[in-house]
Design a protein around this ligand. Structure first.
Ligand SMILES: [Zn+2]
Length: 382
């Protein structure tokens, strides 16, 4: 496979933390990078122009959702995902696996693939590794994912079966892939079991893929277990390929992931929290619906340089929420996404300047300290 369109340059290392540049056909990603999620080919409540202004460089779109609606063939016909949603920077699509396997009552797995019922109209569909690649090739993202099975983290027998299936499926995805302008990432599975994680990282490394994702984490295991799995995988995956921790996006998880060698993250958290009136800051969360903010002239965060914080008060945001105005979701999403972009930018700078350990411990200390006070504040009803 020719991967020359997708080189990864490791610029600096500080402990296990890494700063790099991942070249893609739609531009360079400076890593560590955080990708906001655009499930339905839109990052909810935010325009592509606003995302650019926030400094977002990579976004994620969901294969399962776009396959069902409007259909990957429709998107291909209309020029592919970049043109369809007017985002000219890198895009990543997942394989559809995670959503399909989350359908619980609506799916049937065999060695060849998964049959499932659409959550929209109950119609029957089937994903195989080949089908997932066909759909992702129609969507046309820069980074695409191998079809994998994410098992419940504590079931060893299931984790082992799912891991083996994931390996066979990764090979089938590799054979099915024809587009040169897409990088196929393999996904390390293995639940919370060190030997399975090791086996999975070894096996996928042998496939010489342009990047690797770490899947099946942030699905109910403890933080200690998540960190232990990251450390195992870190020691095995090739240094000159990017590592992507799927579905992780609280500020502390980003810092703890970067500390353990992760380069790419994605999460729905900043936009989902925004739609539930919650603002993310470096010192914890604020529930802007709280009555305490009714006459509060301060911005969400005094130190934040985002559009929302430069212009609007907590009182105004609270008013928009109470009045059920759409702008509330937009303004809080802008702030939340900016906060995570700023966090990874600062982390990258700290790595380049060889002071990441101090940066991380200062950040986590401040975050934990304030979390207690802000969470007790957010629990108070308006
Ligand atoms: Zn802000």
């Amino acid at each position: 496979m020719n991967t020359s369109l997708f080189t990864f340059d490791l610029i600096a290392k500080d402990g296990q933390a890494r700063a790099g540049v991942f070249n893609t056909p739609h531009g360079d990603l400076l890593t560590p990078v955080f990708a906001p999620v655009g499930t339905q080919a839109t990052v909810k409540a935010v325009t592509p122009a606003q995302l650019e202004e926030l400094g977002a460089t990579l976004i994620l779109a969901n294969t399962y959702h776009l396959y069902l609606r409007p259909g990957a063939d429709v998107i291909a016909e209309l020029g592919g995902l970049h043109h369809f949603m007017q985002w000219q920077h890198p895009i990543l699509t997942d394989s559809g696996g995670f959503q399909v396997f989350s359908l619980e009552q609506m799916r049937k797995i065999d060695e060849d693939g998964v049959t499932f019922k659409s959550h929209i109209d109950g119609s029957i569909h089937r994903f195989t590794p080949e089908k997932s690649i066909e759909v992702q090739q129609n969507l046309g993202a820069d980074i695409i994912m191998a079809f994998d099975e994410c098992a419940p983290p504590y079931d060893r027998a299931y984790s082992e079966r799912a891991m083996q299936r994931t390996h066979q499926w990764a090979e089938r995805c590799l054979r099915a892939k024809t587009r040169r302008d897409q990088a196929l990432f393999g996904i390390v599975q293995g639940g919370v079991f060190p030997d399975l994680r090791q086996q999975s990282a070894d096996y996928l490394t042998s496939l010489d893929l342009p990047g690797y994702a770490i899947g099946g984490l942030s699905v109910g295991e403890t933080k200690v277990e998540m960190h232990a799995m990251l450390e195992i995988v870190h020691g095995i995956l090739p240094e000159d390929k990017p590592r992507y921790l799927m579905g992780v996006g609280t500020p502390e998880d980003l810092i703890n992931g970067i500390r353990r060698g992760v380069d790419i993250f994605d999460c729905v958290l900043p936009t989902r929290l925004a739609r539930h009136s919650a603002a993310m800051t470096f010192s914890g969360r604020l529930n802007l619906l709280n009555a305490a903010y009714a006459r509060d002239a301060q911005p969400i965060d005094q130190n934040c340089q985002c559009y929302t914080c430069r212009h609007f008060s907590r009182a105004y945001l609270r008013h928009l929420i109470v009045a059920k105005e759409m702008l509330a979701a937009t303004l809080i999403s802008i702030h939340n996404i900016f906060t995570l972009q700023e966090l990874v930018r600062q982390a990258r700078r700290a790595i380049l300047e060889q002071r990441f350990a101090a940066f991380a411990s200062d950040f986590l200390q401040q975050y934990q300290q304030n979390k207690t006070t802000t969470s007790s504040l957010t629990e108070r009803k308006p």
